[in-house]
Design a protein around this ligand. Sequence first.
Ligand code: KMH
Ligand code: ZN
Length: 270
Amino acid sequence: MTDPLIISCALVGAELNRAIYPPLPITPVEIGIAAEEAVNAGATIIHLHVRDKEGNPTQSLDVFREASEQIHNRCKCILQYSTGGAVGTPLARRCEPLTLKPEMATLSMGTMNFGAEIYENSEETITTIAHRIRKHGIIPELEIFDYGMLESVNRFLAENIIPKRFHIDFVLGVPGGMAATARNLVMLVDRLERNQSWSVAALGRYQLPLTTQAITMGGHIRVGIEDNIYYRRGELAKSNGQMVARMVRIARELERPVATLDEAREILGF
Ligand code: KMH
Ligand code: ZN
């Protein structure tokens, strides 16, 4: 039987600003409110990036702590910290918030062009972040931007670098990574072990079709402003909650139940 659908919401990311998306949640209070809306709409995982007082991306432990408190005071969810941060964030800084021991954290599985920039995830970087994740008993979400990164997972597993329990997220449509096409998603999923939990996050206009495809394939989904600011062509999304609510409606039509928090924790192997 297909597992209930885990919906993850990526609230803010590191690449956007208010000139691009005016309602972007920036302060810990705004991030807390955005998380509450997303969770009330049906999300069980909040993928978390935070911003400093000027609105710039930061991996500051203090800001992660503040935002996490704001979220936990408002709603119950699995917090998933980003260890990717923004392109160019130094390794030590990327790891900093992990000492707060969130339930989940991301682990990007390879270096890539990221638009005009280079998103650095050398073997040393992956190994260092993976070590911290293991040390704190965090469940990693392996971020797969390209097919070769999926191939690397087995190598890092064999070398005992990444823990045995992990979730896989295919992030498709980054310029420099794998395109967000239906065929690519099928090809990636075909490479997985049968019981491996996976989700898809697709950028921009590909978010809606690829997440809908994942629902039909038995996978899980990530939506949210980090990946897509448009509700439909030419119309900015009102909020993260609005994006989650649409996927809940689609899942309902497709007769795929949406996971409760307990179900999500069980599926992810907590
Ligand atoms: N901001 C990207 C460079 C993650 O959250 O782990 C990296 C990213 C992945 O967003
Ligand atoms: Zn992210």
